[in-house]
Design a protein around this ligand. Structure first.
Ligand SMILES: Nc1ncnc2c1ncn2[C@@H]1O[C@H](COP(=O)(O)OP(=O)(O)OP(=O)(O)O)[C@@H](O)[C@H]1O
Ligand SMILES: [Mg+2]
Length: 187
C-alpha cells in the first residue's frame, strides 16, 4: 500500500516518521520516503519564491522520480512531506493541529519568519491541504494531533494503514470532524 502522509508544516510528519524509523518492528513494515529531501537533493523545483521563502516544487518531475523510488521499495510505502498528497497514492493521511498550537510549534523554528508562521497557521485554519487532498484522492483521513503526543500520533497513523489493509474504513479518522475556523472565531 502506498500512503501519503501530509499536513501543514509543523503538524508532525517528520516526527512520526522518525519514530517509525527508530523502531525495528515498524522499520520492517514500512518504507519511508522523505519527499522534501528528494526535492532539495535533486533540485526538483522550478524556482524559489524569495518573498515567501519557499521552493516551488516541479510536481511533474517529482511524480516521475517518485515512481522509480517506490519501485525500489518493498512492503508498505509511506511518502512524507507537505506536498505528497499531490502525488498518486492509495490513501492520504493528513496530520492536523490547532492553528494556535501550530503557531507555537513553528514559532520555535529559527528559519521561520513571523510571516511564514502566520501563513502556515492560516493555511491550517482554512483546511488547505485537506481540501487539496480530497480533490485528488477518494481515500483521505485526518488525525487531530493537537493534544496527542508523538507516540499516540504514530499509533493512529498505523491504525489507519492497518484498517485499510484489512479492507476496513477507519471511521474515527474520516474528514469532517475538525473545524478550526469555528474554534478560532469562538476563542
Ligand atoms: N503531536 C505533537 N505534539 C507536540 N509537538 C509536536 C507534535 N508533533 C510535532 N511536534 C513538534 O512540532 C515541531 C514540528 O514537527 P515536525 O518537524 O515533525 O513537523 P513536519 O510536519 O515534519 O513539518 P514540515 O512540513 O515543515 O517538515 C517539532 O518541534 C516537533 O517536536
Ligand atoms: Mg518535516
Amino acid at each position: 500500500m502506498l500512503i501519503a502522509l501530509t499536513g501543514t508544516p509543523g503538524t508532525g510528519k517528520t516526527s512520526v516518521c522518525e519514530v517509525l524509523r527508530e523502531h525495528s518492528n515498524y522499520r520492517k513494515l514500512y518504507s519511508i520516503i522523505d519527499v522534501n529531501r528528494l526535492i532539495l537533493d535533486e533540485k526538483l523545483f522550478t524556482g524559489k519564491d524569495e518573498v515567501r521563502d519557499t521552493y516551488e516544487a516541479d510536481i511533474d518531475k517529482l511524480r516521475e522520480r517518485m515512481k522509480q523510488e517506490i519501485e525500489k521499495k518493498s512492503g508498505d510505502v509511506i511518502m512524507e512531506g507537505h506536498l505528497c498528497h499531490l502525488l498518486p497514492a492509495d490513501a492520504v493521511i493528513v496530520l492536523r493541529a490547532h492553528p494556535v498550537a501550530l503557531r507555537k510549534r513553528l514559532g520555535k523554528r529559527k528559519n521561520y519568519s513571523f510571516q511564514k508562521v502566520k501563513e502556515n497557521a492560516d493555511a491550517e485554519a482554512l483546511d488547505v491541504i485537506l481540501v487539496e487532498a480530497a480533490q485528488r484522492n477518494k481515500s483521505v483521513f485526518e488525525i487531530n494531533t493537537t493534544n496527542m503526543n508523538i507516540i499516540a500520533v504514530v499509533k493512529s497513523v498505523i491504525s489507519v494503514i492497518e484498517d485499510l489493509k484489512l479492507g476496513k474504513t477507519p471511521e474515527e479518522f474520516l474528514p469532517g470532524k475538525i473545524n478550526w475556523i469555528e474554534q478560532v472565531t469562538k476563542d
